[in-house]
Design a protein around this ligand. Structure first.
Ligand code: SF4
Length: 406
């Protein structure tokens, strides 16, 4: 049976998205047609995530759904859940192939070797998105008490500098205006993140360069000095996880609330109008009402441009599984709702500062008849009415009213 329609779905982090984007380009180069998962396909690939039990459940659900949608398709599970528990995924009826993180980059070779696909044609792959994600680093040596990532992604390792610069050059040649550097811990990029950014800005024609996320300890004056180049997006995602020192210590995050605040102050002094976004976990084992209030107050004081909220999810093999005083689901839900409410208020407070200002926007897609949506470099979503197509174009608009996605 000729198989030439591929559906690729990705759960979890930007690193997963970058890897799926890279696989999609490889398949497209081979002449395969990439379709949305909802269309059904000859080959369905799910890049799984296992960062929470909800991600596990979603992975299993999507694999079953794909089988129901395409009874004759090849169903493939790759990624972190496949790495952590291949035996569990093997029990799902209809899953044909399971590849962990080390093997997934070789997916096309594995399929070719098993005669599941033909690998003989080469064409120029189409642009799949407006922002291209480039994976420059993988793995983590930190072992935070709640996190399964070091167990499924391994130790820190970096893409060699020349290869990373060439990857960005290749995306620019494909027509991408914005590239996002991603990894598990891009601050741990070696020889150094600064050198990588300097070379990319100097040697590639990239118009906008964005970083996926950094740790507060990665923030140095040398790194921040790079933002004098306006091609670097004024958006830093700096996971905090908790605004309470005792909780940070139990999480083994390796910094204090005070350290984190100092990093935020340095960033705001160096980069005007910068968007600082963060991750907050609620309900970590032992998190008392007082500790949660401390965390909530600190987040209020930091005026984040947005907050991603994660209820604690116990992961097999992590230190947190051994910790007493688990927080109940009802309390976790209440704390999540309060943090999400704060996140919404903070995001709006950040955005309205830019009303009346002229902002440069990278337009992504048409959301309504002649209404286009795009993002500023400091991650504000902007809409404009335009008769001409704007996809993948950078232009300046005056932001003059609030509007939400239809
Ligand atoms: S720094 Fe901590 S939370 Fe982040 S990937 Fe490493 S272990 Fe996980």
């Amino acid at each position: 049976m000729a198989r030439n329609i591929i559906a690729l779905e990705s759960l979890g982090c930007k690193l997963n998205q970058a890897e799926s984007e890279s696989l999609a380009r490889q398949f497209a180069k081979m002449g395969y047609h990439i379709v949305p998962p909802s269309d059904g396909a000859d080959i369905y690939i799910l890049n799984t995530c296992t960062v929470t039990h909800i991600a596990d459940r979603k992975s299993r659900h999507l694999l079953r759904l794909a089988r129901r949608r395409s009874p004759d398709a090849l169903i493939i599970a790759i990624g972190c859940y496949a790495e952590r528990a291949p035996e569990v995924l093997a029990h799902i009826e209809g899953v044909d192939l399971i590849l962990g993180n080390d093997e997934k980059a070789r997916l096309l070779d594995v399929l070719g070797e098993r005669g599941m696909i033909s690998t003989n044609s080469a064409i120029c792959p189409p642009m799949l998105r407006t922002r291209s994600l480039v994976k420059v680093q993988e793995g983590c040596n930190q072992f935070c008490a709640y996190c399964i990532v070091p167990l499924v992604r391994g130790r820190e390792r970096s893409l060699p500098l020349d290869e990373a610069v060439d990857e960005v050059k290749a995306r620019v040649e494909m027509g991408y205006l914005e590239v996002v550097l991603t990894g598990t811990q891009i601050g741990a990029y070696r020889p150094s993140l600064e050198l990588l950014i300097q070379r990319i800005l100097a040697e590639t024609g990239v118009r906008r360069l964005r970083l996926s996320s950094l740790q507060s300890r990665d923030i140095t004056t040398e790194l921040l000095a790079l933002w004098q180049d306006e091609k670097l997006c004024r958006h830093l995602h700096l996971p905090l996880q908790s605004g309470s020192d005792p909780v940070l210590r139990r999480m083994r995050r390796g910094y204090s609330v005070d350290d984190y605040e100092k990093a935020v102050v340095m960033i705001r002094e160096a980069i005007p109008d910068v968007a600082i976004t963060t991750d907050i976990m609620v309900g970590f084992p032992g998190e008392s009402d007082e500790e949660f209030e401390e965390s909530h107050c600190f987040c209020q004081r930091m005026s984040f441009a947005n907050i991603h909220v994660f209820p604690f999810s116990e992961r097999p093999g992590t230190l947190a599984t051994l910790m007493p005083e688990k927080v109940g689901e009802r309390v976790k839900k209440e704390r999540s709702e309060r943090m999400l409410k704060l996140a919404k208020e903070s995001a709006r407070r950040f955005e309205v500062q830019f009303l009346g200002r002229t902002m440069r926007v990278l337009w992504e897609r048409e959301v309504d008849d002649g209404v286009w949506v795009g993002l500023t470099d400091n991650y504000i979503r902007v809409f404009v009415q335009s008769d001409e197509p704007l996809k993948n174009r950078l232009s300046e608009v005056k932001v003059n009213e609030e509007r939400r996605l239809p």
